[in-house]
Design a protein around this ligand. Structure first.
Ligand code: GLY
Length: 368
């Protein structure tokens, strides 16, 4: 019997992965979820429409080279099917001017064992993004009799899912930091919301960032959906725009996690790691002072690495400090030029979604 889908954590030897594509990617018009997620001084404020063909081509060159390098290492790589993102979409509850793209499969797909789960997502512009992955998921379903294709309940995303007062440009970064520290985020608890990139898999334990793109109801949905797992909510209070966990907290191998030093995990949330002998190390400083143009993410994509196995890690090739730190921690570094793809939805972890890693579900937190 052929196993196609099987992945329980972020570090076991990678055998099959999805790598995104930049084709047709758009900057969607503003929507209730997005404004508070775009920093006030960002060059993305007020800009929307298709990205230029020149930037798409440069991003695709790096995505294709990354995919080719993984294949050369014997890893099977599949790619999504882009749809026409530059068209208006509607549900019975709302309409929106365009979609987004399919560079970051990590945001949409969560693989837990033999299951691939489509996340609810929390932006209207990303509501239909799962369609880009359906051809692949159907193929895996056909090839693997044990593959479970699941989709979390599609959210309504009416205005009831967002806090209107969160939109104000009068809120300063300092005020946003206070709001985030008080766990006051843009989304309400009207319905379960989560992006898959807010979830990190550590065998029996799933660690989920509670922030702008995942609410507590979404975390509770994950808890009920995965009854054999322990599901932990994490917060990273130093991040004024907490979107996706993978530029804040990055496991490298069993027992070792990098934590963004500007977004330290609170003491009470560290206890489960301390009790079980895990070391949490401050990540190295990013090599850049600012993200590339028209990029949603921060300079901390430096720590958005893809672990190929517990001794080998892909790091963006210009991130000299992060490469040096991982090298000193005793892992082999594979430099991957990827900065031209950042604006399309993030770094090397964002741009991938696991299909298969070797290994089974282990308990890395036996002390509870
Ligand atoms: N949320 C991703 C970042 O820090 O840029």
């Amino acid at each position: 019997m052929k196993t196609v889908v099987n992945s329980w954590n972020e570090w076991d030897p990678l055998r099959h992965v999805i790598v995104g594509r930049a084709d047709g990617c758009c900057i969607p018009p503003p929507e209730p979820a997005s404004d508070p997620k775009i920093p006030l001084d960002s060059d993305m404020r007020g800009v929307h429409g298709p990205r230029s063909q020149e930037t798409v081509d440069r991003a695709n060159e790096q995505l294709d080279a990354f995919a080719a390098m993984l294949e050369k290492r014997g890893i099977r790589v599949d790619r999504p099917d882009p749809i026409d993102f530059n068209r208006a979409i509607a549900t019975p509850d709302w309409s929106h001017g365009s979609m987004f793209g399919c560079q970051p499969p990590r945001d949409v797909l969560l693989t837990v064992g033999s299951e691939m789960l489509e996340a609810t997502m929390s932006y209207r512009s990303r509501w239909f993004e799962y369609l880009c992955y359906r051809p692949l998921l159907k193929r895996f379903w056909d090839e693997d009799p044990n593959m479970r294709h699941e989709a979390a309940p599609k959210p309504r995303l009416t205005d009831a899912s967002y806090k209107p007062d969160y939109l104000s440009d009068d809120i300063t970064v300092e005020e946003r930091l206070e709001m985030v520290a008080a766990k006051d985020f843009v989304t309400t608890e009207a319905e379960p919301l989560f992006d898959a990139a807010d979830v990190l898999r550590f065998g029996r334990d799933l660690f989920v960032q509670h922030g702008f793109t995942t609410n507590l109801t979404g975390i509770e949905w994950l808890r009920r959906h995965f009854p054999d797992h322990r599901v932990h909510a994490l917060n990273f209070p130093g991040d004024p725009y907490p979107i996706h966990i993978d530029a804040s907290f990055t496991p490298l191998r069993p027992g070792l996690v990098l934590n963004n030093p500007e977004r330290r995990l609170p003491d009470e949330q560290r206890e489960v790691f301390n009790r079980n002998g895990w070391e949490i190390v401050d990540a190295a400083r990013p090599a850049h002072n600012s993200p590339p143009p028209l990029c949603y993410s921060s300079v901390w994509l430096s720590m958005n690495v893809l672990v190929l196995d517990p001794k080998t890690v892909c790091v963006e090739a210009s991130e000299v400090h992060q490469m040096d730190q991982i090298d000193r921690l005793g892992l082999e570094v594979v430099p991957v030029p990827f900065r031209d793809a950042y604006a399309f939805g993030g770094g090397l972890h964002c741009a991938t979604a696991d299909v298969r890693r070797e290994g089974d579900c282990e308990d890395y937190f036996p002390a509870g």
